[in-house]
Write a protein that binds this ligand. Structure first.
Ligand SMILES: Cc1cc2nc3c(=O)[nH]c(=O)nc-3n(C[C@H](O)[C@H](O)[C@H](O)COP(=O)(O)OP(=O)(O)OC[C@H]3O[C@@H](n4cnc5c(N)ncnc54)[C@H](O)[C@@H]3O)c2cc1C
Length: 373
């Protein structure tokens, strides 16, 4: 049994707390907010879960493993966390991200279909695919109820003995100062989302950005629609899950936003772009009522790869994050890999290490993301 202190109850920290508490560790999970708070990146209602990752077999495998672990969490807790509605990827080219994904998914034995545009159109209540060559459909992908999932991870960790502490923490060597206490552990994890770079500026670089989501009233026909990604045009969305409305999100990297700043209101510019996309891709939504909008933050590492590495000066301290707009689904699988590295010395991918990184194309749903200046 180890004493594990985790600061940050987003998908990465709450998954680690659940995983370690299940293993019988003595866990303290600290967060400045309640788990699932909208100011945390894991706080929104929904996140896509898909194995599709272009040519990248490691993230593909990890997403598949995460799906199994989310299902385990559902069984353990009785919570309904995942809608397996499938995810469709709109391919504008024969070669490219979708073709590479199809090859890797096939090689790994993960269910996937190559659909004609006409076949894909039948999955949606309304669809215009005139600009598409074909569609990749992953039937066992879908949507995670993100906020509920983080709350469930935390509740299950607590049920298995973890202590949850609501306080803002600061590092003190290899210890944690929080709520008037000094916490010590055999492992100390800082999984602080957009706040990680501010806490460890000499080791972590992140771009924290403002992102926006819009929800439309498409009617009941959208309840059964798959999630979807238009990677080359940097849009993604979901059907109407849990009455939230049809979600449309423009996935270009937004303007910088301090992690402690209030989330601003919706911008007319992004609303117009989202409406235009909805009207073109799903014509029946052209006149649909806007039922809501949300803002949230990405914390993007220079190359879009996650961070999971020991602190260079304190080997019991680990820094974890850099979700880069695609981290949610991987939470439990990352916890499994990180603890395997601690306990069995199983290597983590070198690209999760600290240190200088080069800009690389996005691994979220934004193939056409413009490199920031
Ligand atoms: C709009 C949007 C859409 C996305 N879509 C997807 C998707 O479809 N699929 C997908 O897989 N991923 C998606 N992501 C990315 C995913 O949500 C993130 O990668 C992931 O949630 C990051 O989790 P985290 O645990 O690193 O950070 P967070 O969820 O931000 O958690 C960090 C926690 O640390 C706490 N904290 C920070 N500093 C301190 C401190 N000093 N003391 C105490 N507590 C502290 C914070 O309060 C917070 O709760 C999306 C993200 C956004 C914003």
């Amino acid at each position: 049994m180890e004493r594990v202190v985790i600061v940050g109850a987003g998908t990465f920290g709450a998954s680690l707390a659940w995983w370690c508490a299940r293993d019988g560790d003595d866990v303290v999970l600290v967060d400045q907010f309640q788990p699932g708070d909208v100011r945390a990146t894991s706080g929104g209602e929904t996140r896509l879960i898909r194995c599709t990752h272009g040519a990248d077999a490691d993230y593909t495998r990890m997403a598949r493993r995460a799906r199994t672990l989310w299902r385990e969490l559902e069984q353990e807790s009785g919570a309904d966390l995942m809608s397996e509605c499938g995810v469709s990827w709109f391919a504008h080219r024969e070669a490219g991200w979708e073709a590479e994904s199809l090859r890797v998914l096939d090689e790994l034995g993960i269910p996937v279909h190559r659909l004609s545009v006409e076949e894909a159109a039948r999955l949606f209540p309304s669809f215009d695919g005139d600009d598409l060559e074909w569609v990749l459909h992953e039937p066992e992908a879908g949507v995670l109820r993100a906020q509920k999932a983080v709350q469930t991870l935390t509740a299950q960790a607590r049920a298995q003995g973890a202590r949850i502490l609501n306080a803002r923490a600061t590092p003190d060597g290899d210890r944690v100062r929080a709520g008037g206490e000094i916490l010590e552990g055999d492992r100390v994890v800082w999984s602080c989302g957009g706040w990680l770079a501010g806490l460890f500026p000499e080791h972590v670089t992140l771009r924290v950005t403002r992102q926006e989501l819009f929800f439309f009233d498409g009617g009941p026909a959208w309840q059964a629609a798959p999630g979807w990604v238009d990677y080359d045009r940097a849009f993604y969305g979901t059907g109407d899950l849990d009455g939230l409305g049809v979600k449309i999100a423009w996935d270009q990297e937004g303007p910088p936003l301090d992690p402690d700043a209030d989330l601003p209101g919706p911008s007319e510019h992004v609303e117009r772009i989202s409406r235009e996309y909805a009207a073109q891709r799903f014509p029946a939504l052209a006149e649909a009522l806007l039922t809501g909008s949300k803002r949230c933050r990405y914390e993007i590492s220079p190359d879009s790869h996650f961070i999971a590495a020991p602190h260079p000066e304190h080997d019991r301290v680990w820094l974890v994050g850099g979700g880069s707009g695609h981290g949610f689904k991987h939470g439990p699988a990352m916890a499994e890999r990180i603890t395997a590295a601690w306990r069995d010395g199983a290597p983590l991918p070198p690209r999760f290490a600290l240190g200088a990184r080069q800009y690389a194309a996005s691994l979220r749903s934004a193939g056409s993301n413009v490199e920031p200046n």
